[in-house]
Design a protein around this ligand. Sequence first.
Ligand code: NAD
Length: 495
Amino acid sequence: MTIAQQITPANRHLPDLNAAARGLYIDGQWRPSHSGRQIDVVDPSTGGILATVPDATIEDARASVDAAAAAAPSWRATPPRKRSEILRRCFELMIDRSDMLATLISMENGKALRDARGEVAYAAEFFRWNAEEAVRISGEFAIAPSGTNRIIVDYQPIGICLLITPWNFPAAMATRKIAPALAAGCTVILKPASETPLTAYALAAIYEEAGVPKGVVNVLTTTNPGPVTSTVLADPRVRKLSFTGSTGVGRQLLAEASKHVISCSMELGGNAPFVVFDDADLDAALDGAMIAKMRNAGEACTAANRFYVQSRIHDAFAKGLSDRMSALKVGSGVEADTDCGPMITRKAVDKISRLVDDAKGKGARVLCGGEAPSGSGFFYPPTVLANVSAESEMAEEEIFGPVAPIYRFETEQEAIDLANDTEYGLAAYVYTRDLARGLRVSSAIEAGMIALNRGLVSDPAAPFGGVKQSGLGREGGQHHGIAEFMEAKYIATSF
Ligand code: NAD
């Protein structure tokens, strides 16, 4: 019996897949798509089908823009306190339903329940945080240096927003955009990844229950993302694109948005270095490495992708990491004792296998794992590789899986140069007991976020985002996240 068949709505902790898959969510209604076609949602732990959701067309995309436009005037005129209370209610309902949401995430994404619970807490926090931000939007007032006039700056909602999100955090990547957009007074169209649509729809039902008016949030899933999102972007009423996903797709969307001069926020790929100096607390570095590598089984944009370890501590670190990685239990995400769930698709497993085989061919030594198992489900075992060549493809590419390649370094400058030897610049990790060195290296590494003696960097109260090819703009943080959804209006006046 599949997990889907075991689940009944009678159990409040388990998701009702039929309800989550009941339609596109446009103008507060659950609708079939114009095409009548459906998308299969696959259980990555078996390869079986969990549910189907509608496959939206460009007609559905137009309907979602109409709905967002119709809802916009009254939502932007809704008092901030009222918007704040609705957002707060979204937070409370998400926490109340966290077991159900975590199970749903685990089912469609495959991640271990522990990770899914962490994601729900993180995702809900964007509603609490932005409920607090909604009532703190302030403007500016100044006397012009010439003394001839006053400068008034008013921050207004930017307008209708298209939000596009990936499958690796189906709840958090959506709420990290929806909550600040709604707090700012914008209406939105969310296009979640078609691999993990059920969480997005389950959350839409929660927003509705929390009192988000119809048309303020619209959700559509499609297997034809290019034409569908281009249709939305071509509508002059749409003023913002906020995208989280790969750098390649981000570049395509930037080109598309440039045709219409649309404001863009881009949260793109990463290639995080994890730098361990000789003087680091070894156990703390290993604990941090496990979090930085294995949260979501390595399927995270912030995942440590390259472990640079100084010579004197190298062997102890490699042994410690391999001991910890080989002790992890691999299995279906929804089983309570699973540490490492399946990858999202067979294609993802094939990519990881290709990268590991390439590294092995260039001299890497396998300390544990290193071979995809046969059988059903999209599994890859926790793997540690030592003696990895800087010429390996995985030094350049996101592995997006449970593989930890270890490289050796000698000097601080060498570590900085290696860390920066990538087109990406999202997150980086540094372990040292020397705080001055830690801050010096943090300052020199080209990344939007540094975790210094920590394995986790994400926090709704901190600005999340990357430099170089990892993106544009920031999400979360004091005023950073909400500012992406507002436009400054300057009024010059004299009195
Ligand atoms: P992806 O770029 O393939 O897809 C992301 C979203 O874009 C999905 O909804 C997809 O359907 C949509 N999409 C794909 N092609 C499109 C097109 N031509 N036009 C419009 N939309 C299109 O990424 P993914 O595989 O879903 O996610 C993994 C990637 O996301 C990794 O590179 C990861 O680093 C990145 N990511 C970044 C962050 C961040 O905050 N920086 C967070 C999570 C994931």
